[in-house]
Design a protein around this ligand. Structure first.
Ligand SMILES: C[S@@+](CC[C@H](N)C(=O)[O-])C[C@H]1O[C@@H](n2cnc3c(N)ncnc32)[C@H](O)[C@@H]1O
Length: 239
């Protein structure tokens, strides 16, 4: 059966390539290269291939045309869904045309394929269409979050706490999830404070006309309830 690999290649540092990613890269007969037209990223991907693919390993690079994504569409979710299904049509055709029945193709994914990346979702759509059969293998990579934490020499979580990963779009819509230090915190390192969505404070968000209410988060729950959900706050002391 055909194999398709989604290989995490790290967040832009050649040394982020894991042993598993290098092994996977060397199994591919075809490298599918999405045509994004971002020259420095293309150059870096080429450098990764030059450095890590064995000189005697034969492979081809196949350009994958990228359908236009409507970034101005008011319904973000629907626009992404539409774009993904257009991509699935293109990818299906290329997997069918470019890989023989036992062939192995690879998509190189910046960072880790599980984080804000649609490669896995699009390949799942291709599989769901049922016209082409392949086995999918996902090879994890160093994500931008791990790279960022390492560069700043910080852990991501507080002891026993959750980690919230969110998007710039959500920050613009709902404000910055802010921990307001609790007055009770002094002398008690376990009390972090109150979670607030800081829509009113950030001048960039105010300038975008999004100032105002600070007492509701994206899910409609109170900030305190959300903070508890995310493990950011200790439970309120009983009266
Ligand atoms: C579409 S997401 C892909 C995330 C990626 N899959 C990962 O695991 O990090 C692209 C965003 O990741 C972040 N990012 C990726 N590489 C980065 C890097 N080297 N430095 C800083 N941010 C990076 C930026 O916020 C960028 O807009």
């Amino acid at each position: 059966m055909r194999r398709v690999l989604a290989i995490g290649i790290g967040a832009g540092d050649l040394e982020h390539m894991t042993v598993g990613a290098i092994r996977a890269l060397n199994q591919a007969d075809v490298l599918f290269e999405i045509e994004r037209g971002v020259e420095d990223l293309t150059a870096l991907r080429e450098e990764i291939c030059r450095r890590y693919i064995e000189p005697d390993r034969r492979h081809r690079t196949v350009a994958v045309p990228e359908p236009r994504r409507d970034r101005a569409a008011p319904a973000y979710g629907a626009a992404v869904e539409d774009w993904r299904s257009q991509r699935a049509e293109v990818w299906e055709r290329l997997i069918e045309q470019e890989l023989d029945s036992e062939g192995c193709g690879a998509f190189l994914v910046w960072g880790d394929p599980s984080l804000y990346d649609s490669t896995i979702a699009v390949l799942d759509l291709v599989a769901a269409r049922g016209r082409t059969r392949f086995e999918l293998e996902v090879v994890p990579g160093i994500s931008s979050i791990q790279a960022l934490a390492a560069r700043h020499r910080i852990p991501l979580n507080r002891v026993g706490g959750a980690v919230l990963v969110t998007t710039g779009r959500r920050l613009a819509e709902h404000g910055f999830p802010l921990l307001v230090p609790s007055r009770r915190r002094r002398g008690n390192p376990d009390l972090l404070g109150r979670l607030s969505w800081d829509r009113g404070r950030d001048p960039r968000l105010r300038a975008a006309g999004r100032g105002g209410c600070r007492d509701r988060g994206p899910a409609g729950a109170s900030p305190r309830a959300q903070g508890l959900d995310h493990g950011l706050l200790p439970p309120a002391p009983s009266a």
